[in-house]
Design a protein around this ligand. Sequence first.
Ligand code: PMP
Length: 400
Amino acid sequence: ILSSILPAPEDPVLSLIFGFRDDPSPVKLNLGAGAYRTEEGKPLVLDVVRRAEQHLANDLSKNKEYPPFSGLPDFNILSAKLILGDDSLALKEKRVVTVQCLSGTGSLRVGAEFLAKHNQQLTVFLPIPTWENHLSIFTMAGLSVNHFRYYDPKSRGLDFKGLLEDLGSAPSGAIVVLQACGHNPTGVDPTLEQWEHIRQIVRSKGLLPFFDSAYQGFASGSLDLDAQAVRMFVADGGECLIAQSYSKNLGLYGERIGALNIVCESENVARIVESQVILVVRPMYLCPPIHGASIVTTILKDSDMYKDWTIELKGMADRIISMRQQLYEAIKARGTPGDWSHIVKHIGMFTFTGLNEEQVRFIAKEYHIYMTYDGRISMASLSSNTVPQLADAIHAAVTR
Ligand code: PMP
């Protein structure tokens, strides 16, 4: 039976990883991975995470019992406050359902499964382009995927007009996936004023916003600033879903910790929605794992640890912002043709360089630098040492 199964189509990200792995060059550099690296090119475990883990290890009152289906209650409350704000009216009115999930991906998938079962309109609109996994997550959940214009390759910025036109012609009740900040893969976020226009069109058309918040605090360095778009939508009293991740902002990638928040119109609706979300969770994995949730809860509960987290988080965001500046200046210093200011205008972990597939392949072959074929680079994988290597490579690719 199993021998008749065909292999899965080649994954472009994996072929990039294999290319990098098999390259014997000592100066090879992987800018494809979406994970933070230090100036030394190493993965980072935050000090505050180490402290929280020590605290948990010493707490003999803790056990390994199953948590509730919806996860650790304190984790859920604190997570909802983190994204919605301490003074959120929706929280005060108990209109928010929060379910601990397997990081951002798991939160998106649980939300998608829930919507596939209960939303009247089964079409979901994704930005062009978006994180490539969005397509599979929503398709596998049984929703039909449509798209709206987002990135303008000419300006290397937002195609705001196209976005408004496309959302303006979406059918009422359709789901719209919006990245809360630090858009992956483009690095292009709407301004607050543009968000307000997006909110108006989403609400006037009766669309259901589903925020993917994978980078809160990681884009600007401030947890509150990076939550502004989400909070703007929640403040109008309408419904929305928010998938939250602690992979990037707490560096908890492998712990798979995040949450799905569903903001409802009343407490009554919220209780009903919660009962149905649990029916999605139970047959899939019964209940979520407790370790990552315990780390997050420990940090969010303790004001000293929380403060230390915000400092470490800002340190990561600032290092990324400084890489943008350094790369931009290095390219300018080489007199590379073209306008490269988008590198400093973009925000978050990623930048769409504007390099085409042929240039990406050239850079991998000649300069041993690997990025996705759409020209996306992770700024978080660059360092002061590797910026000149990348600037040389870009210059050579553009001028050849
Ligand atoms: N959404 C976006 C936009 C992402 O870039 C990522 C990670 N690359 C995720 C969600 C999911 O990450 P995780 O499951 O680790 O939270």
